[in-house]
Design a protein around this ligand. Structure first.
Ligand code: NDP
Length: 242
């Protein structure tokens, strides 16, 4: 088990973020669970049942992010683990995509990550230790019809991850990304049976992923054991995009 740290997980109310928060708590860390509304993340805090607290903010709003990160620091001390997991989709073909569909997805997925890193950067630099993990997607590496906005936001995270890793390595802060394939959550609950069958047939591991499949890899990347890994995007997709 790593020494206890203060960890912030965004999008921690359900799905992948909830599993990540639970994994980090299992590793002995104090976990700040962030969702758009504090009440949404309370479920996760109850499931953890230990050192965890729920916070509410819209990650695309820099002022709200700063307020929440300051509150977390006041409650528990400097956060040195940050998992940028909050994300949304607004899927539609490019010809039908509204400017709002484009902007909203970029604002939450890409700018939200920038806002959270910006807010916690100084503390990690002072601590001379930090772990940042950004949740991107296989779609950010390979593209997908109907997801021009989402794949652009997720590809942006891959570039951001490499640049942050280059800037902050000398301060002993690592920054990596995890690219999930199809994971069973609310986000993918609308997938047709045909699409599910396709994924299962194409992935060598023959199944959709679980939130815990992602949480395990994030738990490794935030641990001391991953101290020499930075700037990487680790695909966790059952082999789907091999
Ligand atoms: P869910 O839709 O189940 O959960 C999304 C989470 O993000 C919720 O906790 C939600 O909070 C939070 N959130 C959304 N918008 C904001 C915002 N503006 N500010 C703060 N929190 C916000 O998604 P998943 O668990 O499926 O996905 C988690 C991450 O993994 C996302 O980044 C997604 O893009 C990525 N991913 C998912 C894949 C999948 O197959 N599921 C595949 C590849 C990547 P609230 O409860 O308040 O709405």
């Amino acid at each position: 088990m790593s020494e206890q740290k203060v960890a912030v997980v965004t999008g921690a109310s359900r799905g992948i973020g909830k599993a990540i928060a639970e994994e980090l708590a299992r590793q002995g860390h104090i976990v700040a669970c962030v969702a758009t509304r504090r009440e949404n993340a309370e479920k996760t805090v109850e499931a953890i049942g230990g050192q965890a607290k729920a916070y509410g903010c819209d990650v695309s709003n820099a002022a709200q992010v700063l307020e929440v990160m300051t509150a977390i620091d006041d409650d528990f001390g400097t956060p040195t683990i940050l998992v940028n997991n909050a994300g949304i989709t607004r899927d539609t073909l490019l010809a039908r995509m509204s400017d709002d569909d484009w902007q909203k997805v970029i604002d939450v997925n890409l700018t939200g990550t920038y806002n959270c890193i910006k807010a916690l950067l100084r503390g990690m630099m002072k601590a001379r230790w930090g772990r940042i993990v950004n949740i991107t997607s296989v779609v950010g590496l390979h593209g997908a019809a109907g997801q021009v906005n989402y794949s652009a936001s997720k590809a942006g995270l891959v570039g951001l991850t490499m640049s942050v890793a280059r800037e902050l390595g000398s301060r002993n802060i690592t920054c990596n990304a995890v690219a999930p394939g199809f994971i069973e959550t609310d986000m993918t609950s609308e997938l047709s049976e045909e699409m599910r069958a396709n994924v299962m047939a194409s992935a060598p591991l023959g199944r959709l992923g679980t939130p815990e499949d992602i949480a395990g890899v994030v738990g490794f990347l935030t641990s001391d054991a991953a101290g020499y890994v930075t700037g990487q995007t680790i695909t966790v997709d059952g082999g789907l995009t091999l």
